[in-house]
Write a protein that binds this ligand. Sequence first.
Ligand code: ZN
Length: 139
Amino acid sequence: MEDRWCNACGCKFTPRAQSPKQTYCPLAECQQARKQVWQQAKRRSDPDYSANQSEAQADWARKHPDYWRSYRAANPGYTQGNRSNQQVRNAARRIAKSDASAGAIALQDGIYRLQLIGADANSDKVVLVRLTILGKADP
Ligand SMILES: [Zn+2]
């Protein structure tokens, strides 16, 4: 079996003989990433699966009413990260709703706070970047 590069971590691995199409290495984090990608696609493509997942989560939440309250109390960083991620999502939603052709994103030269959105979104990695507008592109 020929070595491949893992879709998640990028490391080299040898696929198992039983899984010739394997695209993720056996590391637990990479298998978790594989499952997450599969689950997101399944939720998008299969309304029954999506409804079952939502129902199961709601059922679990009813049986464990204090879980999230105590989790937030024990992990204040989670709450702060979640709050700032929601602010980013709200801003993205506002931009998507506004009329982009009217120049809704009126960027100007300056220093901006840049935060990764996506797989690593729960991290607190924020960088400051200096942005210089070189010109405007026609839409
Ligand atoms: Zn990997």
